[in-house]
Design a protein around this ligand. Structure first.
Ligand code: GTP
Ligand code: MG
Length: 193
């Protein structure tokens, strides 16, 4: 893990609250409870930077974490819970689509898919929506510690099909610390710092 200084800066519920300093951003998205916030903690090596929960729907705002004063990693609310969708996030004036549309500094979205379940209809819908806006998506198979070999290969095949073999899905477990180094490399090359 590279040495990084990370600080929480903003919880945005509206596009008017998005950062304006022009630093590049990489955001984390996926169904609720898939492990987005845990992943952010694991990437920093800090257990309590981001609040996590065993119950879905924990993250409600667009949370910005600034790294080394050079780039942002962005924790998004999970899709598929309490009416949170790509096009509209409940209790938010602007949804995830608005964030993607308004952020020209957004260089890519790390999209977490449960390794055991594989991509669900809401994942496919969300990924297609993001890619239609021209934002690159990196698929990550999360909680791989909970999936067996056949579930993992089924999920990998479904993702290869969804991404037409253009992007290689990363295997990840924050619990077992699998795939974190590889993901850091992808993130750093995406923000190009
Ligand atoms: P929302 O904020 O509701 O969208 O959820 P989230 O995607 O941020 O998930 P969060 O990080 O809060 O984690 C949800 C649950 O999954 C917690 O109980 C975590 O401890 C657990 N979890 C996270 N990563 C892993 C993993 O790699 N393996 C296993 N087995 N559990 C994990
Ligand atoms: Mg969360």
């Amino acid at each position: 893990r590279p040495t990084m200084e990370a600080e929480f800066t903003t919880a945005a519920t509206n596009v008017s609250q998005l950062p304006t300093d022009g630093l590049p951003q990489v955001a984390f998205l996926g169904r609720s409870n898939v492990g987005k916030s845990s992943l952010l903690n694991a990437l920093t090596g800090r257990r309590k930077l981001v609040k996590i929960s065993s119950k879905p729907g924990k993250t409600k705002e667009i949370n910005f974490f600034k790294f080394n004063q050079a780039f942002y990693l962005v924790d998004l609310p999970g899709v598929g819970f309490a009416g949170v969708k790509f096009d509209k996030v409940s209790e938010m004036q602007n949804g995830i689509r608005a964030y993607v549309e308004h952020s020209k500094e957004l260089k890519g979205i790390v999209y977490l898919i449960d390794s055991k379940l594989g991509p669900q209809p809401i994942d496919v819908e969300t990924i297609e929506g993001i890619r239609a806006l021209g934002c690159p998506v990196l698929p990550v198979m999360s909680k791989c510690d909970k999936a067996n070999q056949s579930e993992l290969s089924k999920t990998r095949n479904a993702l290869n099909q969804l991404f037409e073999n253009q992007v290689r899905p990363l295997r990840l477990s924050t619990l077992r610390k699998i795939g974190l180094g590889e993901l850091w490399q992808e993130i750093l090359s995406t923000v190009a710092v």
